[in-house]
Every structure is written in C-alpha cells, then in structure tokens.
Design a binder for this molecule. Sequence first.
Ligand SMILES: Cc1cc2nc3c(=O)[nH]c(=O)nc-3n(C[C@H](O)[C@H](O)[C@H](O)COP(=O)(O)OP(=O)(O)OC[C@H]3O[C@@H](n4cnc5c(N)ncnc54)[C@H](O)[C@@H]3O)c2cc1C
Length: 416
Amino acid sequence: MFDYLIVGAGFAGSVLAERLASQLHKKVLIIDKRNHIGGNAYDHYNKEGILVHKYGPHIFHTNSSEVFDYLSQFTEWRPYEHRVQASVDGQLVPIPINLNTINQLYGLNLTSFEVEDFFQSRAENISPLRTSEDVVVSRVGRELYEKFFRNYTRKQWGMDPSELDKSVTSRVPVRTNRDDRYFSDTYQAMPLRGYTAMFERMLDHPNIKIMLNTDYHEILDLIPFREMIYTGPVDEYFDFKWGKLPYRSLEFKHETLDESVHQPAPVVNFPNEHPFTRITEFKYLTGQQHPKTSIVYEYPKAEGDPYYPVPKPENAALYNKYKKLADDTPGVYFVGRLATYRYYNMDQVVAQALTLFKKLSATKEKEQLLEDRAPLHLKGTDSSSGGSKLKVKALKELASTLSTNGNGNGKQNGKH
Ligand SMILES: Cc1cc2nc3c(=O)[nH]c(=O)nc-3n(C[C@H](O)[C@H](O)[C@H](O)COP(=O)(O)OP(=O)(O)OC[C@H]3O[C@@H](n4cnc5c(N)ncnc54)[C@H](O)[C@@H]3O)c2cc1C
C-alpha cells in the first residue's frame, strides 16, 4: 500500500514526492501519462546531441531563497540572465522596452530622464485600468503599444488586448535605464546539467516508485494508496462536470541548423510578422558548445495541450466552482498550475508544493500526537483503507473529546 499516489511528475508532483519520501518516510507512487518525468520543464538531448526544452524555453528565476536553496540540493547552477529582442520596423531591439529600445527605434539619444518624459508625453490618461490594452497605452502610449504588444497579444491569445484582463500585460515592465535583462529576480540561473537531471536526483529515493506512460485512471482500482496528490487539470478530475476550463495551447516546431549561432539573442519575439510568436536558441540557455544549433518556433493555437489558462473573469468564476468541489474532496490535494488553473512560474509551483508539504507534515504530526494519546484499542497500523478511515474517524472523535472536555495537557488547553 502506498501512502501517496502522486499524479503528475512535474515540479508540483516531484517536489511533494521528494519531501514526503525523504522527510516523512512515506511510500510514494508518482505517475505521469507522458513518457518522461519533469512535466513541462522536461529537457533532453536531441539526436544531434544538443540539449533542448521539449515544451519551449524554461528560464529559472526567483526571489525566494527558500525555493532556490531547496532546489540547490538537487542541482548545481549555471548563472544565466535572460535577454530577449523583438523584431520591430526591420530592427532587433531589446524587450522589455528600455532606454536603448527607444533610442534605437527612433534614432534618438535620450537620457533616462528624457525617456520618461517621452513615455509621459505619449501615455494616455485611462482610468480605471481594466484591460491589457489600458495598461500598456496608459504607460507608453498607443504607438509603442501597437508596435510591440497588440499583434503579439492577438497571436498569443487569439484575442485583442482590449478583451484581455489587465493582469496579462501588468507583468511586462518598461524601463527608463539600459537594463536589458528580461527578469530582475535575485536568483537567475539554469540547472547546470538541465532540468531532467535535476528531477532524476529529486526522485532518486528508495521510497519513491515512478510509473510513466500511465494515466492515473488506469491504476485507480488496481493499486491501493491512502491519499492522492493531484497535479493534472482540475476540470478533468471532476469529469468536466461544469464544462471545460479554457486554455491556450502552443505547437512547438524544433529545428537543428547547420550553423553554430542562429540569432543574436536567446529569444527573438516577432510581434508583427510570421504566424509564430518567437524563436528560442537553446545553446544560449544551456551554455552548451556545439558546431550546430537547435531552435524552437512557438505557434499559438486554441486546441492541444493545456498551457496558458485564459485570464477572463468568467473563467475565474468557472474555476471557483471546481475549486469548491476540490476543497470538498477529502484525501485528495490539488496542487500545481493545472490543478489550480493559474499561470505559475516554476518557482511559484515549487513554493506552492513546499507550502502543501508543510501543511501535510503538520497534520501528520497532530495525528501522531493523537495516536500516541489514544486508548490501546485505537492504536495500531491498519493497512486497509477502510480500517484507516475508521481509525481517522475514531481519532477525530478523540480529538474533539479532548478539545471539548479539556482533557488534554496544558499546551492543548492553552489553544482555547
Ligand atoms: C511555453 C511555456 C514556457 C514556460 N516558461 C517558463 C519559464 O521560462 N520560467 C518559469 O519559471 N516557468 C515557465 N513556464 C511555466 C512552467 O512550465 C510551470 O510553472 C511548471 O511546469 C508547472 O509545473 P506543474 O508540476 O504544476 O505542471 P506540469 O509541469 O504541467 O506537470 C503536470 C504533469 O501532470 C501530468 N498529468 C496530467 N494529467 C494526468 C493524468 N490524468 N494522469 C497522469 N499524469 C497526468 C502531465 O503529463 C504533466 O507532466 C512555462 C510554461 C510554458 C507553457
């Protein structure tokens, strides 16, 4: 009998598997319907021997020392600060928009102070800010909005920015200095040997069994377990009872080219031309030396694997209905980007998983405390889930007796 069945071997599932096995000595079965671990962060060497990210570029960045220290147990790091250029008006210019972007685009020689005036003279007064369009136009004006954001957003989301929640472009900074880094987080680095190697180390524990190419439905009635951690799509778990949660998908077209460098930056965005949104050249990300180079094109599409939850109020309302079902499902914990219908970066998912682990270990500690105090006939290690449920019920009754009649020790009474 496994203590936990973990559905999904991405960051959410793997962090929890590692913590539960190594810290609480739980027996864990982690399964994934794909043929690999690592979820969307999976990377591998292609047939030319170049390390590529199967599901598009994954750049690690975080402000959380807890997350960085945690992952550092399983990987060394290669310092890496991400940079992106955008193809606009026949030039490649830095994005997020900064001082150099404006000077290069308009053939100017503005200073930091002057560029702020430049933005302000073009910015439109919009209040309240509701949509993605409002956010950008009110910061940099309509012309830059149209050059950099409008068409990119239309391609990416299949919707005009005026129809999209302001949260989508609120994430895009505009800078008045020459800082051309894409992120400004404290920790910016890539796992030295790649993500998959890091996941292999996380899951390398005698208490963790891994099963791939398996949808969890296939084993639900075959393999006994006590509790489930579910990191797949929440609507799918409940058989789409309230309908499908909308996602935007992507098609990745990988290519290896017979040249050592393809483009002048790790990522080049194409807001206005081509049906794809961007090209990533992996060797910049990984630091790998190789006479050839591998790139990936991203083509946004409506159908396919679920990648980006569509941030609209009606979708948030639909998710809340599923969240209620999830909250009312005992013994199953919903965690990760698909199970909570949020666009989370990798570090946010790690943080979410570590938080759930802390909650689980606090509950287990409490149960252990209660069991230690339980009368003899309630003690023991039931192995059937029915027995276990009975025991939990009995322990809960005991807990409520302890808290209502004050029959505990001073520490427990002190809580009331
Ligand atoms: C194109 C793209 C680029 C990104 N770039 C970055 C980036 O640069 N930096 C960053 O920090 N984040 C990035 N992210 C976000 C990052 O991918 C996620 O934060 C992270 O992968 C989430 O981990 P997770 O475990 O929640 O989900 P996932 O990695 O998706 O793992 C969930 C797993 O569950 C499995 N599963 C689902 N249903 C079932 C089932 N029924 N049975 C068995 N298994 C099942 C899936 O196969 C999947 O492997 C990017 C995302 C995308 C889409």
